[in-house]
Design a protein around this ligand. Structure first.
Ligand code: SAH
Length: 519
């Protein structure tokens, strides 16, 4: 005989699937948590029921497995879906201990994320993470990490078990973690007693959610940076096309406000530029009459932009910190941010993205599609070390190599490599031996664990009279920015070996389309 693991949906009879209903109809025994049994008894009065209170799950599962093994069609019911924070997993594990386990079938049900989402609108329209705040079976440190990473990934977060008598302040603690990554104005929602007596749902800000008293029959939703409040509904638009039309609506709304309050800068597009793409997008805005502010890091970036007579356009020069970006975004509330900075300005791109997330502004990274003649010659980019080496062959000066020991043989193509190379590798005996074998020794070889500070890089550059520094495009963890800043401060040219990975983001054409929609 079969043991059915039946998800009965959120509560009300209509919330159960037809399959679940048919299975319960044919089973002799129905087992489950006392509350759910209560929900079913009225509907299927003829059955034999077995209920245990919470925390006696193992006993309940063992009992149900034995009944089915003894030849009785048995259903073990769970609210929502039996496989989502339900008993399905435990049943499979326990069946492994049995000599002759019964057949086990899982009948899916509508989980709380989905039924609560329906009450709120469409909060889970884009990527989301479901996290349970219950620490009965999970280490609290793991829960905190998962919250952190989901928030960092700008996912919509759906929280199960947000609270219980013993853990009354868990939701507040979770909000505090998420507030480090998301604006207090982030659109959030809750759904309570879904499909049961006392059903309620509401939309609120992350700041308000922090003070919200959730109970164990509440499911909580924390929006991503693109989640919207539309009337009393919580909506996460799907994909950028949909975002565009919402933006357009927002913008139309903001225009109305602008008319009422002409002093404000509502409805602007904010471009971070300094590249050809930035210039083209800026020109497009001007042509289309879209108010735009452009932020460029240097005068050079500014020069590539055309005249600035028109009052509607604004060009700002100077490097901004992440904090400053966020402040400007909060003040100006642009309808969208277009990040058209140089592809090697990785740090800037990270800052723009973080500032947008914090300020709750949609951010679009523009993928590089044009040659880089107009970009600042701060970094030279190569597809491979081999290419970088052949570039160096025709140039003089000492080279700081930070690309690792494995690729060192490529550098021996330089005729005077023993004199010109200053190599930094990991302090590992084999690695050092390989370097020595190549003839890289003495002051030319440093073995030390990185990443290195900007000051340390500058120290190397000054000590060994470095002209060129070769690095992989490694990001923050590889100490890339410290190298980039050291090179910038000392006038050394940075040679960057590109990642094979394709650049992410939207194309220039797609960005133009977004602007088109904003008109
Ligand atoms: N298997 C269930 C989840 C069990 S974990 C499912 O798939 O839905 C228990 C948590 O689920 C609760 O703390 C609450 O966050 C959520 N939940 C389950 N039923 C709910 C309901 N009717 N209304 C609101 N939240 C519910």
């Amino acid at each position: 005989m079969c043991l059915y693991l039946v998800g009965i949906g959120p509560g009300k009879p209509e919330g159960m699937t037809a399959e679940a209903e048919a299975v319960l109809e044919k089973c002799e025994i129905i087992a489950g948590y006392t509350v759910y049994i209560g929900l079913l008894q009225e509907r299927f009065p003829e059955k034999q029921y077995y209920s245990t209170p919470m925390k006696q799950e193992t006993e309940r599962c063992r009992w149900a497995l034995c009944q089915a093994a003894d030849g009785k069609e048995t259903a073990l019911v769970c609210s929502g879906d039996a496989g989502i924070y339900g008993l399905a997993g435990l049943v499979f594990q326990l069946s492994g201990e049995m000599e002759k386990p019964p057949e086990i079938r899982v009948i899916p049900g509508v989980t709380a994320a989905s039924s609560g989402g329906a009450l709120l609108g469409a909060p889970l329209g884009h990527d989301f993470a479901v996290i349970s705040l219950s620490d009965l079976l999970t280490d609290p440190a793991v829960i905190e990490d998962r919250l952190r990473f989901a928030a960092r990934g700008d996912m919509v977060i759906c929280l199960y078990n947000p609270s219980s008598k013993k853990r009354a302040d868990y939701l507040k603690a979770a909000c505090d973690i998420i507030l480090a990554y998301r604006s207090p104005e982030t659109v959030c929602g809750y759904a309570k007693n879904i499909g049961r007596e006392g059903e309620a749902a509401g939309v609120l800000s992350l700041r308000e959610l922090r003070e919200f008293q959730a109970d164990m029959f509440t499911t909580v939703y924390i929006g991503s940076s693109s989640t919207l409040r539309i009337g009393e509904r919580m909506v996460t638009p799907r994909g950028y096309r949909t975002v565009q039309s919402c933006l357009r609506e927002n913008r139309a709304g903001k225009r109305r406000q602008t008319e009422e309050n002409t002093a404000s800068a509502f409805g602007r597009v904010m471009i971070f530029g300094g590249t050809t793409e930035g210039r083209l997008l800026y020109e497009h805005c001007r042509e289309q009459g879209i108010p735009v502010s452009v932020y460029v890091a240097t005068d050079y970036g500014c020069r590539i932009l055309e005249s600035r007579e028109n009052q509607e356009q604004q060009i700002h020069t100077g490097r901004l910190t992440r904090q400053e970006m966020e402040e400007i975004m909060r003040r100006e509330r642009p309808v969208a941010v277009l990040d058209a900075t140089h592809p090697f300005a990785l740090e800037v791109t990270e800052h723009i993205r973080a500032a947008c997330t914090a300020a709750g502004i949609p951010c679009h990274r523009i993928r590089r599609t044009l040659p880089e003649q107009d970009s600042m010659p701060e970094a030279l980019c190569f597809d491979s070390i081999k290419e970088a080496v052949s570039f160096l062959q025709n140039r003089e000066g000492n080279i700081l190599v930070t690309t690792g020991s494995k690729d060192l043989p490529f550098y021996t193509a330089l005729p005077d490599y023993r004199e010109r190379l200053y190599v930094r590798v990991l302090p590992d005996a084999k690695t050092i031996a390989a370097c020595v074998e190549l003839g890289i020794t003495g002051r030319h070889l440093s073995a030390m664990q990185g990443p290195f500070s900007e000051e340390m890089n500058i120290g190397y550059i000054r000590e060994f009279d470095i002209q060129w520094m070769v690095t992989k495009q490694s990001g923050a963890a590889g100490g890339f920015y410290e190298k980039q800043n050291a090179a910038r401060r000392t006038g050394v040219t940075l040679l960057v070996i590109k990642k094979n990975q394709k650049e992410t983001g939207i194309s220039l054409e797609e960005a133009m389309e977004i602007l088109e929609e904003l008109k």
